[in-house]
Design a protein around this ligand. Sequence first.
Ligand code: SAM
Ligand code: SF4
Ligand code: SF4
Length: 335
Amino acid sequence: MHPRDRLDRPIRDLRISVTDRCNFRCSYCMPAEVYGRDYAFLPRSEVLSFEEIVRLARLFAELGVEKLRITGGEPTVRHGLPALVRALASVEGTRDLAMTTNGSTLVRLARPLAEAGLRRVSVSLDALDDATFGRMSGVHVPVARILEGIAAARAAGLVPLKINTVVRRGMNEDAIIPLARWARDEGYIVRFVEFMDVGTTNGWRTEDVVPADEILARVDAVLPLEPIPPDYPGEVADRYRYRDGSGELGVIASVTRPFCGACTRARLSADGRLYLCLFASAGLDLKTPLRAGASDADLRDLVAAAWTARDDRYSERRSEATAAEGRVEMFAIGG
Ligand code: SAM
Ligand code: SF4
Ligand code: SF4
């Protein structure tokens, strides 16, 4: 049975967070002032094992999930990740296995992950100069290390390679054009992401969002653009190509152009909770029944029932009233 939710959306994508930990402290996700040395991340015993993740992924595939994406926190800080990739790559019914990463470990891990069956990576990169990158990422990692990681991913065949850039007013608008040029020259697809009000700790304000229209106008002024159709139904990025045929870019405009109507994504947190929306305040605990011996059919029924009751459309409802609602943190479910 392939369930449909109350807005008639099927479940097609599963984003699997494999850890809530991260070696970065991006200002818009895990600000260093909040996530300091003493912050209590999940104890190991609360984090799903690889076997548990794979079992759940298989059940989600039976419910219609075709695409798996590994995320975090920073997924590559989870020890032994290629073994998980190998197991997920053989989940029947899925046709895509991707990962979102900050790129800091790809020099070492791109090849083993590709050999294990990973198909593609999206690398988050918010600036090309060390000063801006440091302000955005909250760490002193040189941009060169990320660029080397990106090159290693391409060499390992993890393509098409996408670059995700969160744009935050007053922080990295000046990085837009250099990133667009660099990605175009290198043959990568950069996607500029509007700063979102995910979680409760990043101090989000409407004024800090640089709307997609402004981002596009800035690029268009120096590298003329034209819109192109989505690659597949429900694609979250709006696509544009350079008029001279030299490549494409995207914008992910969750704030100014919400796309809830086509949202087919479920999210599994590192501690085994199912979130039906990036902005959900609570998740359905799958770990407890899983560890208490629930059968595959029981677990599948739980997920199907939750999906059938789903009516989430936060981005379309976003208002002063929704601002007060509790929200899961981004690093817990991986974007
Ligand atoms: N650590 C990995 C990374 O950064 O790619 C994977 C997890 S991270 C939570 C997934 C994506 O969410 C990243 O591309 C990040 O830039 C994005 N993200 C985090 N907080 C965001 C926010 N407040 N608004 C928009 N995007 C955000
Ligand atoms: Fe870490 Fe990714 Fe969040 Fe940055 S966006 S703090 S790299 S989880
Ligand atoms: Fe999907 Fe929720 Fe984002 Fe809307 S706000 S697109 S329902 S995750």
